[in-house]
Design a protein around this ligand. Sequence first.
Ligand code: 8YV
Length: 333
Amino acid sequence: MARADESARLGAPGGADSGALPVKPEVLQVGSLPDDAAALLRDGFHVHAIAAAEAVLTLAPAVRERIRGVAARSMVGASGSLIDALPKLEIVSIFGVGLDAVDLDAARRRGIRVANTPDVLTEDNAEFAIALLLALARRVVEGDRFVRAGRWTSGSLPNSTRVRGRRLGIVGMGRIGSALARRAVALGLEVHWHGPRPKPEIGYPYHADLAQLARTVDFLVLTCPGGPATAGMVDARILAELGPEGFLVNVARGTVVDETALIAALEGKRIAGAALDVYADEPRVPQALLGFDNVILEPHIASATVETRRDIGLAMVANLRTHFDAATPGVRP
Ligand code: 8YV
């Protein structure tokens, strides 16, 4: 069971009109945050911390009554039961961009603001997608394993696939998809894309039908949001359309891919390979994926550069500050 209320007591809760220093708003940190982000949070707020959302009911009711903000990684989010347990909650501030783990309906019903940190991680995510695409097509990780295993002295690695001149299908042409497209063009790839609706401002060919996109391209890269609208969207049919020479790269959410279908497609050599940064049940990775040479597995690190993780922390705390500055005239947390 998660530990309840590892509070960092940085300001006594209570009346703000006592003439003393302004009281810091009380915020609940759910799950871990990078040390620098957690420290920033403690600088500005009176922080209570729980290891997981289920522990919220172990906080004293009087504490829960005072919590006005939640801070959590995007993969942790804020469930409906967490939101329900915090009667004075005003804002959920997410460390990251994905909101698929936030119960947005519950937040909307209560008028709770939900903030995330787009923009700061866009470029690094796109950069990592390119790294995975190149590594996969050009057998970079396989080559490394080959040398380390001492196999070079007795053989050679099979030839790889040229990226230049091939077609890239981007699923989700938002900020990250667009940043990826710019880089892909520089590498000589022809960009196509799919999303829920066409965007006249995007000049690359749009495919309303994901199956048609998969059929058209050599690389399918997922940069779309997670959540119910995209769950299991890349299924056996889409993988069959991608075909035995097609590669899949996922830097979106594990839930977008039907992992059982992916494993079956890899076993049947119905796709050429896959590079995955995300999984349906992180940090657990399906055992079957570990056995494929043509699969690259990463621990959800597309945005994990020193620079971007620092900026995500700053943005997450700034979102809370902006909210409370506006909500409490004259009181600066
Ligand atoms: C973050 C992500 O690094 O922003 C997101 O939604 O999935 C990642 O890029 C992650 O949220 C940090 O925990």
